[in-house]
Design a protein around this ligand. Structure first.
Ligand SMILES: C[S@@+](CC[C@H](N)C(=O)[O-])C[C@H]1O[C@@H](n2cnc3c(N)ncnc32)[C@H](O)[C@@H]1O
Length: 278
């Protein structure tokens, strides 16, 4: 099953537009960082937020940290560059590299005060690649540098109010276990961050909730639009398993209406895990 739809640059930009990205960045220990790497940067929305903060004054000190966004997709990197330029950011650069391929990381090794990933480890851990990913993130950090992961607890339909229909509820409840069983995505990676970071040998590991991404009464529109994209592809394996493949259009329409409903409240806790590389 191809997960390419989850890397759609337009969808990533919408998601970031609907979140309080600056508030998430403000929780990162980057105040004294001179060099910051984001692994799996996609469209670079989070990298740009890092670059904005990294070029803003701290107290009466001006500063100018180097920010690098990297992604294995040259197409994403090519789209990230003009988006950063359009914001007038000149302390950010983008490179195409694969965090699972040490040969492509040579120019990045040992360079960064902090190596960050956001909504990325969730694609690595179900396939058993979490440890390799974190080990290579450590390789990019300088000695004593930090590794930080921002991950969600996207629990989809569990215990929603108002409750969705029985059919939609059954489909949504299958997403998390099915994507895990197939080694594709751990949508609830945020709550397991402490385990992953300590298993990877990081020290002084701390995990906390840094945001509660919310859609309330169909707002913000950007998050509703983001959640309404690629619904058919996302739900397809669950619908097939439940024998509901012929009802795809109806179920997808119901989920879109649910996200936009005036009485709706859908929330997704966002976790930050940080550890020190020694
Ligand atoms: C869900 S997006 C995250 C986007 C971004 N971090 C954000 O917060 O908007 C995941 C990104 O990871 C990239 N990716 C997947 N596997 C990778 C790998 N092995 N090395 C580097 N990037 C990878 C994909 O191309 C995609 O752009």
């Amino acid at each position: 099953m191809s997960l390419d739809f989850l890397d759609d640059v337009a969808a990533l930009e919408l998601q970031a537009a609907g979140e309080d990205v600056d508030a998430i960045v403000a929780t990162l220990p980057i105040q004294n960082a001179q060099s910051i790497l984001e692994v799996g940067c996609g469209s670079g929305a989070f990298t740009r937020a890092l670059a904005r903060v990294a070029s803003s004054p701290v107290g009466d000190q001006s500063r100018r940290a180097r920010v690098v966004g990297m992604d294995r997709s040259p197409a994403s990197v090519a789209q990230a560059v003009p988006l950063a330029r359009a914001e007038g950011l000149d302390n950010v650069e983008f490179v195409a590299a694969d965090i699972l391929d040490p040969a492509s990381l040579v120019s990045l090794a040992g360079q960064f005060d902090i190596v960050i990933c956001r909504y990325f480890l969730m694609y690595m851990t179900p396939g058993g690649l979490g440890e390799a990913c974190l080990a290579n993130m450590r390789t990019c950090a300088r000695r004593d540098g930090l590794v930080a992961c921002v991950e969600v607890d996207a629990n989809f339909g569990e215990d929603r109010y108002p409750p969705p229909s029985e059919r939609l509820d059954a489909v949504l409840r299958r997403i998390v276990p099915l994507y895990r069983e197939r080694g594709l995505v751990d949508w609830r990676c945020g709550i397991t961050l402490h385990h992953h970071l300590t298993t990877a040998g990081l020290r002084e590991v701390r995990v906390r909730v840094v945001d509660g991404r919310c859609i309330a009464g169909g707002s913000p529109r950007a998050l509703v639009q983001h959640g309404s994209m690629h619904v058919e592809e996302l739900l397809a394996p669950c619908l097939a398993e439940l024998g509901l493949a012929d009802q795809t259009a109806e179920v997808a329409a119901e989920w879109r209406a649910y996200l936009a409903a005036p009485e709706g409240f859908v929330y997704t806790p966002v976790f930050l895990g940080v550890g020190r590389s020694v």
